[in-house]
Design a protein around this ligand. Structure first.
Ligand SMILES: [Zn+2]
Ligand SMILES: [Zn+2]
Length: 430
């Protein structure tokens, strides 16, 4: 078996791995870069108006024969580990005849993003795979493993062919609401792994302030109890663990969780996967209608949902009246700015910033400060700590550990045994 990391051997974001036998070629993930060559944030808008040839020329699209639209098809399948853009975001450039494989939750989240975000990945016509159920593609047998991550229904893959076994960790952690998945793999790890492709997002990053999702929930509940005005929450609504933490904190502190249409839509999409998630009609949940979200839903043919969610719609006067009993989703967008203006005096209010620190822009920060809103960071990563990565590698006992999804491939050597650092595009024969 031949293995090539087309992108991701030395960076976080834009992961793309190819595995090949004499007969079959598969790709795992086809992500959009998160940073450019200078490690500055990658702007997906820069993809617009560029031809496929140009994007290849600029190395935004990796040079993979038989992958792209308009070329003879040479790839037998693309497997998507999870619904973060840095793992699937370039799919719209792939030849649409190549079969896609992903979980139901991942498919649902990609459909949501296609409705609400700028960069669309086109219609996703994917084969739905189920955790721990092996499937075959030509010479390959693939077993998906459900993982604990900040995106729902995320997978790792055990890939077998020609007597070799590769484990692709995907993005994962051990401190979310599904930590049991990590513990289960540790107790009963896949055996005889020749090569472990191991993500290392947290390698080289600082210690986390909050150990796990429970700590997040507890701190949020404290903030909701202490604060005498409205509390805002900035988080990714596709981070379902976090939405659940916020919801539970609201229950503890007797506040209403005011979600936007985008969040309401995500939660209804995931209802089929988990019946326990909060929904727009849960007791202490209300839905606010921002115009651009409503427009997005209407344009995607979901006008009917605007009537469905209306059952629990909250209007501004009610938010103003009940401000000290509300946790409200906040986003760096014009609709939120208008809401802030309409809310009037928000001195003493708090904004819980629940994403990676570096995503907080100076502009948004300044806007909050000007209004007298105090920002508190309450976040824990979607990625495993170095200790958990070590425990994971120790349990799997692979013959070889290959760094991926990391800025610090050079640090693996001091942490794991059998490290083999690959360069992007370098082929490894197993
Ligand atoms: Zn990632
Ligand atoms: Zn991820």
């Amino acid at each position: 078996m031949n293995l090539t990391i087309h992108r991701g051997s030395h960076k976080i974001g834009g992961s793309c791995v190819e595995m090949r036998t004499g007969k079959t070629r598969i790709l795992i993930d086809f992500g959009m870069p998160l940073v450019d060559e200078k490690r500055e944030p990658f702007d997906s808008k820069s993809l617009r108006d560029k031809s496929l040839a140009q994007l290849k020329e600029e190395k935004i699209l990796p040079d993979i024969q038989g992958l792209y639209r308009g070329e003879p098809r040479g790839i037998d399948a693309i497997l998507i580990s999870h619904s973060h853009q840095d793992h699937y975001g370039l799919l719209d450039y792939a030849n649409p005849e190549i079969p896609l494989y992903m979980t139901r939750g991942v498919k649902a989240m990609i459909e949501v993003s296609n409705i609400f975000i700028h960069h669309k990945s086109g219609k996703i016509d994917a084969q739905v795979v189920r955790s721990w159920r092996p499937f075959t593609i030509g010479d390959f047998t693939v077993t998906p493993y459900l993982m604990d991550h900040s995106g729902p229904d995320a997978l790792a893959f055990l890939v077998e062919a020609e007597g070799k076994r590769v484990f692709y960790s995907g993005d994962f952690r051990a401190h979310g609401r599904k930590r049991i998945l990590f513990e289960t793999i540790l107790k009963n790890p896949p055996k005889d792994i020749d090569c472990l492709l191991l993500e290392g997002t947290m390698i080289g990053r600082e210690e986390q302030r909050y150990a796990d999702e429970n700590a997040i929930e507890n701190r949020m509940a404290e903030i909701l109890t202490e604060t005498k005005n409205i509390v805002f929450l900035s988080c990714s609504s596709q981070n379902i663990d976090r939405i659940v933490s916020a919801y539970k904190a609201c229950l503890k502190a007797h506040r209403t969780f005011v979600i936007d249409l985008y969040t309401a839509f995500i939660l209804s999409k995931l209802l089929k996967i988990s019946k326990n998630l909060p929904q727009y009609k849960s007791n202490n949940v209300c839905v606010m209608y921002w115009k651009h979200h409503a427009d997005n839903l209407v344009n995607a043919g979901y006008r009917g949902l605007l009537f469905v969610y209306k059952e629990n719609k909250i209007e501004l006067p009610e938010i103003v009246k009940k401000r000290d009993a509300i946790l409200m989703i906040a986003r760096a967008n014009p609709d939120f700015s208008r809401t802030l203006k309409d809310l009037g005096d928000v001195k003493g209010a708090k904004l819980v910033y629940s994403m990676y620190d570096k995503y907080l822009t100076d502009g948004f920060k300044a806007k909050c400060e000007k209004k007298g809103i105090e920002i508190e960071h309450v976040h824990t990563s979607g990625h495993a700590t170095v200790e958990d990565l070590k425990a994971f590698a120790a349990a799997l006992k692979p013959k070889m550990v290959v760094p991926i999804h990391t800025f610090y491939a050079d640090k693996y050597e001091g942490l794991f045994s059998g490290v083999k650092v690959l360069k992007d595009n370098e082929s490894l024969i197993l």
